[in-house]
Ligand binder design. Structure first.
Ligand code: FES
Ligand code: FES
Length: 959
């Protein structure tokens, strides 16, 4: 029975709108689907993320919650209605301070900021935090968003002049590297104009609804979809029988079928895809699909996997996905020489990526029979290869185009839905779209591996590590995805950036029936880093040595041998520690509970930053702080290998010096919010002597750009940056040769700078670049084109000892965290982070800072709140209402500094920061909690309950 349409009228962005709508239609859908105002996003469709924020009669509202009929006769302002005559002050402020990364939260944030400043022209930081409390950002760590609103406030109040919002224009192109060039993709993000995958529409487009398994482990006895096919609007129904080629997806092993085949291995595994004219029709038809399962025993933990409770994959009867062993020296001898031996177990939890943009894509057959898939994808080259096998089509008949990625953090490396889209498009010969709901995304996508870790470490009296033995068992979940790589990386880096003669590491990944684990920022390294940095703190206490001093005594240095017996080149680790200690005014002393006496914590700062529930006047807040809160500081460090691990890594690029003295760059770069497009723009501008606005970077499209591989392993600045630089040098050499010939001068005397080409010291030979391009093309007959590649030579590891050179570039970082622990509730407030990271060479320091802040806040989440909970393989927190993420009120004050130890192997000198940034934060916070209240949390996250229970066990009494 179809419901009668209801007439609504309203003013949207100043225009009168009249429509007939279904009474159940939500405002967000009305704005997006009826009015095509795509700046209003739907990150959760449940009122929990704020990406759909709009103003209704001047008040901030979440449009996904509001039936459109309730907005009848109201005035609605969306992001498209902000700054109609140019960018608003708030939009400019967001761009100016670098408050935009992936951009998916940005329209909602700008709407919230507009509401904050509308309500109060002069909000303080606490009010700003409160005003943003309903909006989630997973990328920025909120610090720059707060800074942007403060800047906008100051301009609005005329405490600052509007010209401070204008982008800094470089006057000298030779100074572009190292400058805070404004993001090249910011405008589309602050205006909401950038089209993400879920925003795409095509004529005759069909929609997919996936039926996911509610069983955790079961045989599929039968699937009957005959009645579904008869339902209105249904075009076709897909099962695994529809896969025309090799049915397998995955990063290392292709062990996951496109749609569940003969059995399901996890709750939420897609089994049937219904393809219909509308999503509503596809969803309605789901009720007419009958799937019969035969339950199988569920393997819900690593212990059950090892005990062989059931077999998850028949070709892995021991449920072991993979293992990596590292052996160096003789640990038994090392333990014999030790003065102190510490043994400790740790456990880390399952963590959700929580990118604000859910998985989405669109596929179609083009008129020439090429199957095109457009999706928010971190690895289009690999996915094209997988698709060609799945579809049984030649690789050049498959084309993958990356759409803007609204956050990835490793989670969009897995091709978990593009195969379904492609098969649907092939079968129906029509464009087909699939957008994951938030629940789809949470149950269907990979998580950070939970890992059980055992440590045995021996040290001499003076704190030198004599031996370390580590066992790690990771829960890989139902399919391999990236488990093989994360397990290896955990093994290689798990013993920390320390010189240790005797090392033994066993790192294993296991199949279970839990949600698959996969790549997530740090790629397996965060878990062992939490463990080793906690162990170092325990050792510091046992030996009575300051934790920073203990780390410095054991620190790897130039020429040190790593655990895989690689000789390190230039090592910045100690510098990051020393810088961090300096920046935080670290008061040295051993790491026992001394928060109450240490001088470096700032006990009066609890009132700001804002702590929920502490809306007092300063004096009352201070009294509360002194009686109830305990303060502490902790240090954590980390190291990371840049690029693909223990295998050759490569990237390619083309650069053309184009008409008008501009440049066109083609490379398989994947912007997932980290700012790589801006970094590449700066590199090109610097190399060719032009300005950032002269550079155009083509879309990432397998039919148009050379391969540059995936976004991950913090490899893009390093690998693609060097490839682009080499392409620039190639085209520049060719171009200069032509102009030198034309001028009859020595090519080595020619320079390119500030949009000119000239011979140093000869005014006669000096032309605008645009004219020189004309000469090159029209007189010399040459199109100035360059190509560049870059290869990082990484070695595979010896199978038994793990010996080898897994990376050519390593980075290091250190952080100090300061916390206040509420002894009444057990809640932890992270008040400050002092960070020092080596980035090789900071191409864009503001971008690097944003990565550090964003990474650290993600780790604050992992340290104290986030946990994707599964019981018997069934997830219990499948929404943002139940999966708790850091919000604006959880953000510490940041103080960061960069250590620039240029990479000797790369012409660019830059390394990477995206994945190393979050590494030190978790242990720094956990060690700070210990410093504050004497409770050592070894099982993440450090929830209030765990802290209170542990305090009670220790007889901690605050009263
Ligand atoms: S989409 Fe409305 S709050 Fe998330
Ligand atoms: S920039 Fe906020 S979610 Fe990505």
């Amino acid at each position: 029975m179809s419901l009668e349409l209801v007439k609504v009228e309203m003013k949207v962005n100043g225009k009168n709108i009249y429509r007939n709508v279904a009474p159940s239609m939500r405002l967000a859908d009305f704005l997006r689907d009826e009015l095509h105002l795509i700046g209003t996003k739907k990150g959760c469709n449940a009122g929990e993320c704020g990406t759909c924020s709009v103003l209704i009669n001047g008040v901030l509202k979440k449009s996904c919650l509001i039936p459109v009929i309730k907005v009848n006769h109201c005035e609605v302002v969306t992001i498209e209605g902000i700054g109609i005559d140019g960018l608003s002050i708030i939009q400019k402020s967001f761009m100016k301070v670098g408050a935009v990364q992936c951009g998916y939260c940005t329209p909602g944030m700008i709407m919230a900021a507009t509401a904050i400043l509308k309500a109060n022209r002069n909000p303080d930081r606490a009010e700003i935090r409160r005003g943003l409390g309903g909006n989630i950002c997973r990328c920025t760590g909120y610090a720059k968003i707060i800074e942007a609103i403060e800047l906008a406030r100051d301009v609005l109040n005329q405490n600052k002049t509007p010209d401070c919002l204008e982008p800094a224009v470089p006057t000298d192109t030779s100074k572009i590297i190292g400058s805070c060039t404004e993001r090249v993709d910011a405008k589309g993000k602050v205006t909401g104009a950038l089209e993400y995958a879920a925003d795409m529409v095509m004529p005759r487009m069909l929609h997919i609804h996936l039926i996911r398994s509610k069983e955790v482990h079961a045989e599929i006895v039968s699937i009957d979809y005959s009645r579904a096919l008869e339902q209105p609007g249904v075009e076709t129904v897909l099962t695994s029988d529809d896969v025309p080629g090799q049915d397998g997806i995955g990063v290392y092993y292709h062990d996951q079928p496109v749609l569940a085949k003969s059995k399901v291995r996890f709750y939420g595994e897609p089994v049937v895809a219904i393809v219909a004219e509308t999503l509503d029709e596809a969803q309605a038809a789901a009720a007419f699909v009958e799937i019969t399962y035969k339950k199988l025993p569920v393997v819900s933990s690593v212990a059950e996997a090892m005990a062989g409770k059931a077999v998850v994959h028949e070709d892995h009867p021991d449920n072991l996905v993979c293992s990596t062993t590292i052996v160096k020296g003789n640990v038994e001898e090392g333990f014999c020489k030790s003065h102190v031996i510490v043994e400790q177990d740790y456990a880390t939890q399952c963590v959700e990526h929580a990118y604000l943009e859910t998985e989405a894509g669109l596929a179609y057959l083009d008129p020439d029979g090429v199957l095109v898939v457009k999706s928010c994808d971190q690895d289009i080259t690999h996915h094209r290869m997988l698709l060609s096998k799945i579809l049984n089509m030649p690789i050049n008949k498959v084309r993958v185009i990356m759409t803007p990625v609204g956050g990835g953090f490793g989670g969009k490396e897995d091709m978990i839905y593009q195969g379904i889209l492609a098969i649907a498009a092939l079968k129906t010969k029509r464009p087909v779209k699939l957008v994951f709901s938030r629940e789809d995304s949470m149950v269907g996508s990979a998580k950070r591996h939970p890992v059980l870790i055992h440590h045995k470490i021996g040290l001499s009296k003076d704190g030198r590590i004599q031996a370390i033995e580590i066992t790690m068992d990771a829960d890989g979940g139902a399919y391999c995805l990236s488990t093989k790589g994360t397990v290896a990386k955990a093994a290689i880096l798990g013993a920390g950036p320390y010189e240790i003669e005797n090392v033994k590491v066993l790192s294993r990944g296991h199949y279970t029936n839990n949600t698959p684990s996969g790549a997530m920022r740090t790629f397996g390294v965060l878990q062992p880093t939490f463990a080793i940095e906690s162990t170092m703190d325990i050792c510091s206490e046992r030996l009575g040595i300051d934790p920073i001093e203990l780390r410095l005594r054991n620190a790897v240095k130039d020429g040190s041998l790593t655990h895989t017996q690689q000789v390190l080149g230039r090592v910045s680790y100690s510098r990051t520690l020393q810088e961090c200690a300096r920046l935080s005014s670290w008061e040295s002393g051993p790491s026992w509970v001394r928060g109450s006496e240490r001088k470096d914590v700032r006990r009066d700062q609890i009132a700001t930053p804002y702590i929920p529930g502490s809306e007092f006047k300063a004096l009352e807040a201070l009294a509360l702080c002194n009686s109830r809160f305990r303060y502490g500081r902790g240090v954590g460090t980390g190291w990371y290998g840049i690029g693909r691990c223990a295998t050759v890594d490569k990237a390619g690029a083309f650069v053309e010096i184009d008409d008008g003295g501009t440049a066109m760059v083609l490379t398989g770069v994947t912007e997932i919010g980290e700012g790589i497009l801006t970094v590449l723009t700066q590199i090109v501008a610097d190399e060719l002597g032009i300005y950032p606005e002269d550079v155009t970077i083509g879309d990432n499209d397998t039919a148009r750009v050379p391969e540059a591989a995936h976004a991950g392993a913090s490899r893009q600045s390093y690998m693609i940056g060097n490839a682009v630089m080499n392409a620039c040098r190639d085209v520049k050499a060719k171009f200069i040769r032509e102009i030198a010939d034309y001028w009859n001068v020595d090519p080595s005397s020619i320079r390119m700078r500030n949009r000119r080409i000239y011979v140093e010291g000869h005014g006669h030979y000096d032309l605008p670049l645009a004219e020189a391009v004309d000469i090159c093309k029209k007189i010399r007959g040459i199109v100035p084109l360059g190509a560049g590649t870059y290869t990082a030579h990484h070695e595979g590891l010896d199978q038994t000892t793990g010996k080898g050179n897994p990376w050519q570039a390593y980075v290091f970082g250190s952080q100090v965290a300061e916390v206040a622990v509420d002894t009444y509730t057990g809640e932890v407030h992270v008040l400050g982070i002092w960070a020092a990271h080596d980035v090789g060479r900071a191409i864009n320091p503001r971008g690097v800072e944003g990565q550090i802040e964003g990474g650290a806040v993600q780790s604050v989440g992992q340290a104290i709140m986030e946990n994707f909970e599964l019981s018997g393989g069934v997830p219990s927190n499948k929404s943002f209402a139940k999966y708790i993420l850091p919000t604006c009120v959880d953000v510490p004050e940041f103080h960061s500094t960069l250590v620039e130890e240029r990479d000797p192997f790369s012409p660019l000198g830059a390394k990477g920061i995206g994945e190393p940034a979050p590494l030190p934060t978790v242990p720094a916070v956990i060690n700070a909690i210990y410093d504050a209240v004497g409770v050592r949390i070894t099982q993440l996250p450090a929830t209030p309950e765990k802290i209170l229970n542990a305090m009670a066990e220790q007889g901690f009494n605050v009263f």
